[in-house]
Design a protein around this ligand. Structure first.
Ligand code: FE
Length: 292
């Protein structure tokens, strides 16, 4: 995952949340009231656009190059989703050399990009933290809620080419996890019910466990809800906490996720966490719902 665009009525809150809680670098020159954030040498990783409702605007994936993006775009088109090439102006607005975009059968916009703009040695975190684990593993992961789980699973694996990492089964409910690089998962999906579309969280991985604890302290100081206590996941072994963002979408703030390779064999788990991750705020909406 190279970049992400959120839409929310709470852009003003996001400016403080992104920099003061998450430690992202706020870029001031966003056009049209957009808040933009950096988290490493990439010129921009997160856009927060003003809008009426909370939504996922777009998910940017990085392909090796233009040829690979075009080939994947052709595969997506062959599967029935119309593909469009961004104009040079549109690509430049995302800080990439180019991208193709389409809307997947679940209703999410994906951008197949190449040539992300970078400025080495230029990241300044919003508070004194150790920075983010990105590089080859991209910016983190996103967990989407899809209206039809088997259909989305088939599309992300067979059309987009994600590899299955794991499945967590909790009774009749299932969560599917997918990788496309060394990160255990860049994409995960679940389905709270037929027709429901939304997103549960995005995950950003920091370079020090202390930053996870310090972020929890900062949440208390700045009155931001922590929705799950610090815990460790069964599948990617991430030690993390869940912070309630101004757009309901949680931000999993984690450290120490496993790195996987081509020999990884998908596993099945019966629980999401080895320890911790206790629900602290059952009073808050459980996920960002876009359509239901
Ligand atoms: Fe996660």
């Amino acid at each position: 995952m190279a970049y992400l665009g959120l839409v929310t009525p709470a852009v003003a809150e996001w400016r403080t949340f992104g920099s003061e809680i998450l430690g992202l670098q706020l870029i001031e020159e966003g056009e049209g009231g957009v808040a933009r954030f950096r988290m490493d040498e990439a010129d921009c990783r997160l856009w927060v656009h003003p809008g009426e409702k909370n939504d996922i605007g777009y998910i940017g994936w990085q392909l090796t190059g233009e040829k690979e993006a075009r080939e994947l775009g052709e595969a997506v088109a062959a599967a029935g989703s119309a593909i469009t090439r961004a104009t040079p102006e549109e690509a430049s607005a995302r800080c990439v050399a180019g991208y193709y975009w389409f809307t997947d059968p679940a209703g999410f916009r994906h951008e197949l990009s190449w040539g992300q703009y970078v400025t080495p040695n230029s990241f300044l975190p919003g508070w004194a933290m150790s920075g983010f684990r990105t590089g080859e593993q991209g910016m983190g992961h996103i967990v989407l809620l899809v209206p039809d789980l088997p259909a989305a699973d088939k599309f992300y694996r067979e059309v987009m080419g994600f590899h299955q990492s794991d499945c967590i089964r909790d009774g009749a409910r299932a969560l599917h996890f997918y990788h496309c690089n060394g990160r255990h998962h860049s994409l995960a999906i679940g389905s709270p019910g037929p027709g429901v579309r939304g997103a549960h969280h995005i995950m950003l991985e920091v370079n020090s466990l202390h930053d996870v604890g310090k972020a929890v302290d900062r949440c208390e100081l700045l009155d931001v809800p922590v929705s799950k206590s610090i815990g460790c996941h069964t599948n990617d072994r991430m030690v993390s906490t869940y912070i309630f963002s101004p757009s309901v979408l949680r931000v999993e703030y984690g450290f120490g996720g496993v790195e996987i390779d081509d020999l990884w064999e998908p596993k099945t788990y019966s629980r999401t966490s080895i320890w911790g991750h206790k629900e602290l705020r059952p009073d808050l909406p459980p996920a960002m719902i876009i359509e239901s």
